[in-house]
Design a protein around this ligand. Structure first.
Ligand SMILES: [Zn+2]
Length: 172
């Protein structure tokens, strides 16, 4: 499994990060997300904001090189997160993907059918913003507070099966 690294600090100046932090703090306030205490609350808020159904889907992503995906279909956003990692990491993955939803990130230049956002490639401003927002929300959430919704959607299974994950599999 690839080690988590904080590429934001590699790629961004302190001043730039402070500006993003400020911007994210304002966004949390604007969205009324300052005092939320569970991942489920944040999921529900993101769903209301985007007017889309959002489901949290645990999935064995180990070895794929990614820990979380946002898979968007016509009506539903599936936050697929690595089921094989620590509770805290799972929570962070989910909050990162929900941040993409709440920030209105599109990622439209990446995929057509299934829009896939890889959480460990900090390629652009969207990734940095989502990572920052996730970290800030994580500080307001108590561990073990989310209850994943079971996958029952055959369509999602099909999409997941057809995904070619970016990057090569993680070296042992
Ligand atoms: Zn991301």
């Amino acid at each position: 499994m690839p080690k988590m690294r904080c590429a934001t600090t590699d790629l961004r100046s302190t001043r730039e990060l402070q500006a993003i932090h400020k911007q994210c703090a304002r966004k949390l306030a604007d969205l009324g997300l300052e005092s939320l205490t569970t991942v489920e609350d944040i999921r529900a808020r993101a769903s209301a904001l985007s007017e889309r159904d959002i489901q949290l889907v645990p999935y064995a992503l180990s070895g794929s090189g990614v820990h979380g995906l946002l898979v968007r279909t016509d009506t539903t956003d599936y936050v697929v997160y690595d089921s094989d990692t620590t509770t805290m990491h799972r929570e962070h993955i989910i909050l990162h993907e929900l941040s993409h939803v709440m920030c209105g990130h599109t990622g439209s230049n990446k995929r057509e059918l299934a829009e896939v956002l890889c959480r460990e490639t900090y390629l652009d401003d969207q990734e940095v913003e989502a990572e920052m927002l996730a970290s800030m929300m994580g500080q307001r959430v108590s561990p073990d507070s989310h209850r994943p919704i079971a996958v029952t959607n055959a369509n999602l299974r099909r999409i997941l099966a057809s995904l070619t994950l970016e990057g090569s599999p993680a070296a042992p």
